[in-house]
Design a protein around this ligand. Structure first.
Ligand code: HEC
Length: 167
């Protein structure tokens, strides 16, 4: 009887232990899977883990957009292209083409989704948590909204000075 007992205790406590680990993984901290190529096996396909607490969204300024533009050109445009349509230089050399980051009607993908994909990657795209600081990830997100909008800009979006110089 005595020999059986520890086994029973193990059998009961293991699921509890596993549950405990899950809770810990939801605590606020840097995401340990950030530099992996894909989400860990227990994360549903097409989703990203949410235990990397988002950095507060910085206020939208011209400086933030400029920062986002240069970060996007450095880290994303090689694959996603300067236009966001997904035929960047790396793709032209044979890397699988991503879907466009801007919709045909001029919208960027949802901000939080883009922030999370930059952080942990998605599918064959690796994450950038080690290389792009959280504020700069939001800067890229902001820039993508501006990029999407710019592709559907009309004369009405221009300042009077711009309209004059575009004639
Ligand atoms: C090495 C090429 C490469 C680089 C560099 C790259 N991506 Fe990607 N990205 C991809 C590919 C390929 C996919 C599609 C991945 C999949 O689902 O298998 C993708 C997917 C995405 C998605 C998901 C799109 C969707 O439809 O849900 C977003 C958002 C994204 N990338 C943003 C970025 C941003 C922002 C950067 C720069 C910080 C970046 N990517 C850098 C190749 C790249």
């Amino acid at each position: 009887m005595n020999a059986v007992r520890p086994v029973c205790i193990m059998a009961i406590s293991l699921p509890l232990l596993a549950g405990g680990c899950d809770d810990m993984s939801k605590q606020d901290r840097e995401n340990p899977y950030a530099s992996r190529n894909s989400a860990p096996a227990d994360i549903a396909q097409g989703t990203v883990p949410y235990h990397d607490a988002p950095h507060p969204v910085p206020p939208l300024t011209a400086g933030l957009l400029q920062r986002g533009r240069s970060e996007y050109h450095a880290f994303c445009a090689p694959c996603h292209a300067e236009t966001g349509n997904g035929d960047g230089m790396v793709v032209q050399r044979g890397f699988p083409a991503p879907l466009p980051l801007v919709t045909p009607d001029g919208h960027a993908l949802p901000s939080r989704h883009v922030y999370d994909v930059i952080t942990v990657g998605q599918g064959i795209m690796y994450g950038f948590a080690q290389r792009i600081a959280p504020e700069d990830r939001w800067a890229i997100v902001a820039y993508l909204h501006a990029l999407a909008r710019s592709q559907h800009a009309t004369r009405a979006d221009m300042t009077p000075e711009q309209q004059a110089s575009a004639q």
